[in-house]
Ligand binder design. Structure first.
Ligand code: ADP
Ligand code: MG
Length: 356
């Protein structure tokens, strides 16, 4: 069953079209991530779902109830939607406990107990109840904001860049904690972020936004492997894009013959491989190389567990064009040094991109 359905949402500010014809279905209990560069319309879309903005056109339903259409607007406070804005927006003059208990209708001991349960669920120590927001770290403030939103027992939770203020290590652990917490609470969630690795790791449905449009949605692994176009491919990670001739399920390109996942025969197209699909081996005299191409490592960027290499391929015979440069991702410890002669081949399928 679908929790949230957006149909053809449009919103302009003056001449600027912030959202153009957005349609999206969010299954009940899922974690949907909307990822897009800054200014692509993510916050505007969340505010529209929450009821702080209204579309010029389009329709929003939640659990079958119409929240917005041409004739009808349910105000934000009647939607039962939890919204954690980008900065967390805690009330600075209230303690942690008062922030979390802000919208609770229970009183006295019951309220106190409910706040304690909520604090525990977001892994906040009980002795923080009387602290002020400015006495908390960024991660703790985010957890208070989340507990305050969960206190309302929302039908849908909206999180706007919840981890952007946190440093890398804390970000990953908060992401896991929040994902587990929301799964345990069974709350359907939409998270927006401009961070692609965060999006890929948190989502079970990913939607990519660009310039107010939703350009592609699906399972994160499918979007990473099968992006519609080069821009989406490069937005979701590093990519090796090169021209090829597609014939009978194979791409003929500078790396030789690579199987393709989508057959569009007898035409020239751009194909995409992820750098981790490229394999390097040292050149062995008299070895028989069935596919791939020879090259030389020109750059090596060591970053611990991985190493990013640039390999200059040999020019193809009968051309005066220089060989192509390829980005290759290798394990950090065993990457060949700059200057090594290598043989490059591709693992798995290449993906044929759509024309821009
Ligand atoms: P994101 O969250 O993806 O960074 P936003 O949704 O905040 O993007 O903004 C999308 C676009 O809409 C931006 O160009 C922004 O300047 C514009 N915008 C957002 N809200 C308003 C507003 N209230 N008035 C005018 N322009 C706005
Ligand atoms: Mg934003």
């Amino acid at each position: 069953m679908n929790a949230l359905e957006l149909h053809s949402i449009c919103k302009s500010y003056g001449a600027h079209r912030a959202l153009e014809n957005i349609s999206l279905v969010v299954p009940t209990g899922s974690r949907t991530v909307i990822v897009g560069p800054s200014g692509s319309g993510k916050t505007t879309l969340l505010r529209m779902i929450a009821g702080f903005e209204f579309p010029d056109r389009g329709c929003v339903t939640l659990n079958g109830q119409t929240l917005v259409d041409d004739t009808h607007e349910v105000p934000a406070h009647q939607r039962q939607i939890g919204y954690v804005p980008q900065d967390g927006a805690l009330f600075p003059h209230m303690t942690v406990a008062a922030n979390i208990g802000f919208g609770l209708t229970s009183k006295g001991r019951r309220k106190h107990e409910r706040i304690a349960v909520l604090m525990d669920s977001v892994a906040l120590d009980a002795n923080m109840a009387n602290r002020w927001p400015h006495e908390l770290s960024g991660g703790q403030q985010q957890r208070v904001a989340l507990a305050r939103a969960l206190a309302q027992q929302p039908r849908l939770m909206l999180l706007d860049e919840p981890f952007s203020a946190l440093d890398t290590g804390l970000r990953a652990s908060m992401r896991k904690l929040v994902a587990r917490l929301l799964a345990d609470a069974g709350v359907t969630t939409i998270l927006v972020t401009h961070d692609q690795s965060e999006a890929l790791s948190f989502a079970d449905q990913l939607a990519v936004m660009r310039d107010g449009q939703l350009v592609q949605s699906g399972h994160p692994l499918d979007l990473y492997r099968y992006p519609g176009d080069e821009q989406t491919a490069l937005f979701l990670g590093d990519a090796v894009v090169m021209p090829a001739r597609i014939e009978a399920g194979w791409a003929h390109c500078d790396l030789g013959r690579i199987p393709v996942n989508n057959h569009r025969n007898n035409r020239c197209a751009q194909i995409m491989l992820r750098p981790e699909q490229l394999q390097l081996v040292g050149i062995v005299p008299n070895a028989v190389e069935s596919s791939g191409c020879r090259g030389v490592v020109s750059e090596r960027d060591f970053s611990g567990n991985t190493c990013t290499l640039i390999v200059e391929l040999e020019a193809l015979p009968d051309t005066d064009q220089p060989g192509r440069s390829l980005m290759v991702r290798s394990t950090g410890l065993y990457a060949p040094p700059a200057g090594s002669a290598v043989h490059v081949s591709a693992l798995g399928h290449a993906h044929v991109l759509n024309e821009p």
